[in-house]
Design a protein around this ligand. Structure first.
Ligand SMILES: [Ca+2]
Ligand SMILES: [Ca+2]
Length: 459
């Protein structure tokens, strides 16, 4: 709940996110993102990307709502209960008409974007032939009311707040799951690489990788986050203050950098930089910066679990001071880093590798099928081309024939002219025709020359 109340007001956090070594894109920073403090003067940081797939819609809705003085006032005064009970959402009834119009427009744009997403997804799955039931498909999106696709109502604001709250709360869990997959893929690739080598070369590489791991593990002891030892190191080395004068209250004030009276997740994480630098160096290729971000998250979760007693993901001065009274605060044990605590079991890795192999097989089957389709297409194209050539040739021959003068009738074997049989009634049949090989005594009795032969007498 508080996550949503804190919409749009957190420093951009993920300093090291980018493209991973293995080509995975990182989940964007989670961003608690205060809804009721968006316009607060104590919130100087730029708005951040929550990483939610409807982030833009969420941000635009808030931007528009902020322009309404009445709603802005209610937003700032709202508590968790007001949001939960829908009281805040009902304030939408009092915002001005032109703001409602803008919200309606935003919703229509969002619905149309979702429709396009669905269409793209179906095209990719080659399901364009199926009858599309947009309403039932839109129901899979929780951040707006799909029953009404044209206007933005209180129900839409309520759904948007609830969904964003839930999704942002799940961010940490999603991050851990993603990290686990990343580590398993890394191990899978390492094993595949080693398997591709033989004999001495493999042993050499194994030694090199072990050395690299050993080097990475050689670092100063990491303090337990939130312990006296850890805070004192920040006090002394970052703040440059006298260790003998360590004062938790002063420490709290110094590190509440936005001065809002609480330590939020970003302010807490900033306290761990010193510890993380002991283990991770961005310039050292032995160190995986993605592991560093996982470590930062684990540290923050550890402190929140022990210090944030009302679980609102904020540490108040009281909560902080109480934590310094506990015996764990003074205990100076060391912190187990990510590589000391395997994030997956061998069975999980085996399962992951099986999934990976299945996916690869599926992809190569698809590629083979595409290859076959391509070949068939090429074949039929070839046939088509041959047919075309044949036709072209025939047309050419016809053209040539048309342009040639009519050929003189070919002479018979004895030099006599042969005429083409005449078509039509009365034309003599082959039996009536004078055979070309007719002997002289079979020739007509009339002498040629005096009476030109009648066409029907000649062949
Ligand atoms: Ca603060
Ligand atoms: Ca708290």
């Amino acid at each position: 709940m508080v996550l949503v109340k804190r919409f749009l007001c957190a420093k951009h956090r993920s300093k090291h996110w980018g493209k991973s070594r293995l080509g995975w894109t990182q989940p964007p920073g989670p961003g608690p993102f205060p809804l009721n403090r968006v316009a607060s003067p104590s919130c100087p940081h730029r708005r951040q990307d929550t990483g939610l797939y409807y982030h833009r819609y969420l941000q635009e809705v808030i931007n528009v709502l902020e322009t309404d003085g009445h709603f802005k006032e209610k937003l700032q005064a709202a508590n968790a209960e007001d949001i939960k009970s829908g009281k805040l959402s009902r304030e939408l009834d009092f915002v001005s008409h032109h703001i409602r119009t803008k919200l309606d427009e935003l919703k229509r744009q969002e619905v149309s974007r979702l429709r396009m997403l669905l269409k793209a997804k179906m095209d990719a799955m080659q399901e364009q032939e199926v009858q599309v039931d947009h309403l039932s498909l839109l129901k899979q999106f929780d951040h707006l009311d799909p029953q009404n696709q044209h206007t933005f109502e209180a129900r839409d604001l309520e759904l948007l707040i609830q969904t964003a709250t839930r999704d942002l709360a799940q961010y940490d869990a999603a991050h851990h799951a993603e990290f686990k997959r990343y580590e398993m893929l890394k191990e899978h690739e390492r094993r595949q690489y080693l398997d591709s080598l033989d004999g001495e070369r493999r042993r050499e590489e194994e030694r090199r990788l072990q050395e690299q791991q050993k080097r990475h593990r050689q670092h100063p002891r990491v303090n337990v986050p939130g312990s006296r030892a850890q805070l004192q190191e920040v006090w002394e080395e970052t703040d440059g203050l006298d260790p003998a004068e360590f004062n938790p209250k002063t420490f709290f004030r110094l590190h509440d950098t936005n001065g809002d009276g609480v330590l939020d997740e970003q302010e807490l994480e900033a306290l761990f930089t010193k510890e993380l630098e002991k283990v991770y160096d961005p310039k050292n290729e032995d160190d995986d910066m993605r592991e560093m971000e996982e470590e930062r998250l684990r540290m923050r979760e550890h402190v929140m679990k022990n210090v944030d007693t009302n679980h609102d993901r904020l540490v108040t001065l009281d909560e902080f001071l109480s934590s310094t009274q506990r015996k764990e605060f003074a205990e100076a044990g060391g912190w187990e880093t990510v590589e000391e605590q395997p994030v997956y079991t061998e069975e999980e890795l085996v399962r992951f590798e099986a999934e990976l192999a299945a996916r690869e097989a599926e992809l190569s089957e698809r590629a083979a099928q595409l290859g076959r389709e391509h070949e068939a297409l090429e074949r039929s194209q070839g046939q088509l081309e041959a047919k075309k050539q044949e036709l072209k040739q025939a047309v050419l021959q016809m053209e040539q024939r048309k342009q040639q003068p009519p050929a003189p009738p070919a002479p018979g074997p004895e030099g006599q002219l042969l005429f083409q049989p005449q078509a039509g009634a009365g034309a003599p049949g082959p039996r009536d025709a004078l055979p070309a090989s007719a002997t002289p005594d079979q020739k007509p009795t009339q002498p040629p020359g005096d009476h030109p032969p009648q066409p029907d007498q000649l062949q």
